[in-house]
Design a protein around this ligand. Sequence first.
Ligand code: FES
Ligand code: FE
Length: 443
Amino acid sequence: MADDRLARLVDTDRGVIDRTIFTAQDLFEQEQETLFTRAWLLIGHEGMVPEPGDYVASRMGTEPVILTRDRDGKLHAFLNSCRHRGMKVCLFDQGNTRVFTCPYHAWSYGTDGKLVGVPMREKLYPDMDLDRWGLIEVAQLAVYKGTVWATWDADAPPFLDFLGGAKLHLDLALDARDGREGGSEALLGIHKWVVPCNWKLPAENFCGDTYHNPSHASVDMIGIGPSAASGQKGRRDGELDGAQHLWVSFPGGHGIHSAMVASNDYTALYADDPEISDYFRHCHEERVRRKGEDARLRPFVGTIFPNASFHGGQPRALCMWHPVDAGHTEVWRFFLVDADAPERVKAMLRKFYMRYSGPAGMTEQDDMENWNYATAGARGPIASRHPFNYQQSIGRHTPDGGGRLATQITEENARNFYRHWRLFLEGRPWDELIAQAPRQAAE
Ligand code: FES
Ligand code: FE
């Protein structure tokens, strides 16, 4: 693809982006070829495959993969495609097995990916080298605080280098609420549903589109926060009231919205339930003891480029925006809680998370409606002649730790996301993909 076409489509210096990038199937195919085969992608959580032989079906871009734990306890991710004719060797969402036996002609593969069984092999394939025909395995796999990430690119930098400065904010979502590193577990299963939108719209929304709050006016009025305290308004018990908001975009294309809150103490909200209020008091006190002033830094949302997002406070969720085609996205969502939280706290949070998120959640329905109509609204022959405006707070940021920091509502994170999208589609080398973003627009 000629670079000048991409330059015309994505002009982040002027804050103008062509609608075609959300609709054109040839660009979608280009994304699959040059982006989803190279970037680190979130594929699951260790808690989905705790025992040897456990597996869960996942995806990397449009391609199905199997995340599995072999008999020695090692994690692998394989393309879910038989080496004989490409049939899926695993037709189930999850389970436990000793071998993956292809339903078509019954070639069998171990949980370590090795080809271990070929019907009538001695007669039909007397010279076959089984070692050459195992399942196709990802080039690199990384486990980070329970989350599992993979890339097809052997030359990709280590996961933490790819993550860069976004690590601090992802940590806030993954760590226990009392400030310990790690200590969270996944509340399974996985919510999965297909949305008629381009995958980039939800990824962009989660990298810091705070401007879309009017979408949620109706659910804000009724108050669906996790506590049962009377008089509560909003969706999340006012966790960001009085906060100092921070939007940061990072060289890897990642973007986050976090906040310094007045206090992380939720105790009073649960005063009518001693077990739950004790838990929140314990979390608050331990967090302050461990982190001091930094205990006030609270995660809100973020996108780890390209298609993994987190909702870090309440609810506390990991999201995958799996591309299906230019106009459809398969959304995956699972939730996190502290592994050692009391069961009643976990049950209360599970109910709140489902009340908030997903196709039946009261908040996410608003977002999906926006993304669906935005995709449809990018398609028409007249509409597609007119680009989208991404000029909000342009230039209103400062360099910060290799990234760009804004303290007012901004689309800089979205501009950074699309700047990076363009670099991937241009096939740039890794040192450019994770290099510091150009500074010319910074104040
Ligand atoms: Fe799998 Fe033939 S396609 S054994
Ligand atoms: Fe929203």
